[in-house]
Design a protein around this ligand. Structure first.
Ligand SMILES: NC(=O)c1ccc[n+]([C@@H]2O[C@H](COP(=O)([O-])OP(=O)(O)OC[C@H]3O[C@@H](n4cnc5c(N)ncnc54)[C@H](OP(=O)(O)O)[C@@H]3O)[C@@H](O)[C@H]2O)c1
Length: 275
């Protein structure tokens, strides 16, 4: 699967949830990784920092730090992809999201850049529960308040996303022009996921479903600007309306094995929820 082991790959978001695992999987595959985040002098919002990061690389993983469906992501992913192609970095793999209508313009901007593109559309990450704001909420409050109702979601392990991304970066065009959807192996409601996390951590963790309106009020109450809160609530309403309550076969198709299960994830991540 990995045919180009002397490749140099730019990994954006290299200190983040997916980028750190993409960097790890790429190194394990024998690739040279060029990490790209602000600590490495790369800033999505400052195009002057792009050429120094891209020049001389063979491929790049693009994970935009704001949601992939935001207008900022559309503009910056498109501009960066065009710059990469101009500099000879043709193979670009974009992280997108399953069922996210708002992300379609960003995906189109990549396709129209002239790159040899692959789009990896992921389900909700398992690691949303163990890294970032939801993890802090679970650990500190003993619960999660979220507008997900009782909908099922096939949470995916970011390590599986990373392995699929590395396959797409290295397989000599085999996944060029493809959109690969990746999910975990089973549907869980947010309530079931939180309960599994609690059992692994040895404490009771509770999920409380709230309306989008209540969630929006919570976010602005925590200081999020109203426009950002409205964007997030609209996004979650789209992602959690039942359209994503289905499995995707991308991990099995690309890696030839079943995706990692939520039960293994909670065992490994249990420390994140201990009070
Ligand atoms: N969460 C989900 O379930 C899910 C599902 C599907 C798709 N996605 C997509 O995943 C993407 C986020 O990826 P992630 O969760 O792996 O990232 P993340 O964990 O949120 O980390 C963000 C990364 O981007 C870097 N960064 C932040 N601002 C930057 C800037 N201005 N310039 C350059 N680098 C910057 C950060 O490092 P520094 O702070 O050091 O710069 C960090 O490495 C979003 O586009 C989202 O739509 C998420």
């Amino acid at each position: 699967m990995t045919e180009n082991k002397d490749m140099t790959v730019v990994v954006t978001g290299a200190s983040g949830r997916t980028g750190s695992r993409v960097a790890e999987a790429a190194r394990a595959a024998g690739l040279t990784v060029r990490p790209a985040s602000r600590a490495h002098g790369f800033d999505w919002s400052d195009p002057a920092t792009w050429p120094g990061t891209l020049r001389g690389a063979d491929a790049a993983y693009l994970a935009h730090p704001t949601d992939v469906g935001s207008p900022q992501a559309t503009e910056e992913v498109g501009a960066l992809a065009r710059e990469a192609v101009a500099l000879g970095v043709r193979r670009l793999v974009l992280l997108s999201a399953r069922g996210e209508e708002q992300a379609l313009p960003t995906e189109a901007a990549l396709r129209e850049s002239g790159a040899d593109w692959t789009i990896v559309r992921a389900a909700w990450f398992m690691q949303n529960f163990s890294e970032g704001p939801l993890a802090v909420e679970l650990r500190e409050s003993g619960g999660l308040v979220f507008p997900a109702g009782e909908v099922g979601e096939p949470f995916v392990d970011v390590r599986d996303i990373a392995e699929v991304v590395v396959a797409a970066l290295t397989s000599d065009g085999r996944y060029g022009g493809e959109t690969i959807e990746v999910s975990g192996p089973r549907l869980l409601t947010f309530g079931e996921a939180v309960a599994e996390a609690g059992r692994a951590a040895g404490r009771e963790l509770a999920y409380r479903a709230v309306s989008p309106e209540e969630y929006r009020a919570n976010l602005t109450g925590f200081g999020l600007p109203p426009a950002e809160a409205a964007f997030l609530v609209g996004l979650f309403a789209t992602l959690l309306d039942g359209r994503n309550a289905r499995l995707s076969d991308g991990v099995e198709r690309v890696l030839g094995r079943v995706p990692r299960d939520f039960s293994g994830f909670v065992e490994e991540a249990a420390g994140a929820w201990k009070g």
